[in-house]
Design a protein around this ligand. Sequence first.
Ligand SMILES: Nc1ncnc2c1ncn2[C@@H]1O[C@H](COP(=O)(O)OP(=O)(O)OP(=O)(O)O)[C@@H](O)[C@H]1O
Ligand SMILES: [Mg+2]
Length: 264
Amino acid sequence: MTGNENVLEVRNLSVFYSSYGAQKKAVNSISFNLKRGEILGIVGESGAGKSTIGKAIMGIIDPPSYATGEIMFGGKNIIGMNNYRLNKIRWNKITMIFQASMNSLNPVQSIRSNFISILRDKMGIYDKSESEKRIDETLANVNLPTGVKDYFPHEMSGGMKQRILISLAMITYPEIVIADEPTTALDVITEYYVLSILKRTLKASGSSMIYITHDLPSVVFTADRMIVMKDGIIVEQGSTEDIVEAPKDEYTRKLVSTLNEVKN
Ligand SMILES: Nc1ncnc2c1ncn2[C@@H]1O[C@H](COP(=O)(O)OP(=O)(O)OP(=O)(O)O)[C@@H](O)[C@H]1O
Ligand SMILES: [Mg+2]
């Protein structure tokens, strides 16, 4: 259920990247809220600043690059937070499935070991039967048999690996999951299968999700509300239904017209 309580409040967030002496403002004074239990889509073309928003929320914009503004979570601003505090939030309360992360599973570890590392390092769970119980539960949530615990990443299909990544992100029962293009590498049928599992798992756990993608149809399928980004700014935000029915911004109108072309 989507409540009215904001789990995250972003105010005037800007992100400046510095590399080789040049500075780039990748995100330009954006503001939005994420409600508890809601799926918020962020859609926009390549380079619009979508992943940058996710990284800023995770507190991983590394110096000399920096963020300004407010990202309020649990009454505190993530921007400017020290690592000690950030580490209490990251992976525990806010997790991120990174873009192109299908190969981020440790290839020389079984799936079980990949899970156990997270449970141990992020949650301090060392007890074997507690770990096994958690792993079985989280695998069942993404429709995978418990036997996959003994697999190694190279023994699984892309869709299976993607479901493992989702369950790794969910095993700490986070309040917020940031999923950055979680299904881009999959064929369209597997993509929608994985998205429906992601959606169901989130709704069952009451977690909120920020779903980042360049693909509008999958946002329409997944998100309650959406943000449309272009060149580091939010050009439109609102309920997915309202935006698709009556887009106000010029760029959004173009995006939505491609949706109608697909339908017809
Ligand atoms: N570490 C970095 N250093 C310097 N510039 C960066 C860095 N990361 C991203 N950028 C630049 O910031 C802008 C926004 O990048 P970002 O990755 O947020 O875009 P995106 O919307 O996620 O794009 P895509 O859909 O291609 O993933 C781009 O111009 C990009 O080149
Ligand atoms: Mg990106």
